[in-house]
Design a protein around this ligand. Sequence first.
Ligand code: SF4
Length: 207
Amino acid sequence: MSAELSAPLIGTDRHRLSTDGHGVTTLVAFHGCPLRCRYCLNPQCFDTSRSWRTVTPQQLLAEVAIDNLYFQATGGGVTFGGGEPLLRSEFIAEFGKIMPPQWRITVETSLNVPRHHLERAFPVVGGYIIDIKDTNPDIYRRYTTQDNAQVLDNLRWLMSHDGMADRVVVRLPLIKDYNTPDDVARSRASLETLGITNFDQFTYVTR
Ligand code: SF4
């Protein structure tokens, strides 16, 4: 793998406890996202007016290894977010190869990426936190500006593998002016038919 493989980051955050994955994690947020969610909390992930710090997998490993003992003692590791981390699947795959095998990689993803990214990262990713928005394509498009056919197709592919129910959490937000509690219930029911059992249901706080 090329030592030049690098990716832009909008930030990192250490010592997160069970907020985005097992145990103690370091969140690594990549620049770049294919969506434009109405209430995005990280709009800097598509801000191209400035240049972002880039790191190679080796540089990131050297940086986050300071918390190696925390990761190993708690079953934690690195959570890749963003933006859309799976757009950096080559980086994640390389990072997974060089990190200590006891660490766990989690991705916080919309799954709205071409399948090859998901397949490339799959061998090294331990957990998925999937921000599904709403399974209704009209609601999804209105909220994110994009289509969700790829999301649902990727989710079906992911859930076709053994043991995924324990490794997948799906976030199901109630989004003011975009969906209703009935819409959320419909999304949940259709996702349950795929074998998903872990849901994080919450209401977006908007100003
Ligand atoms: S997927 Fe996340 S980072 Fe991307 S626009 Fe939506 S809320 Fe923002």
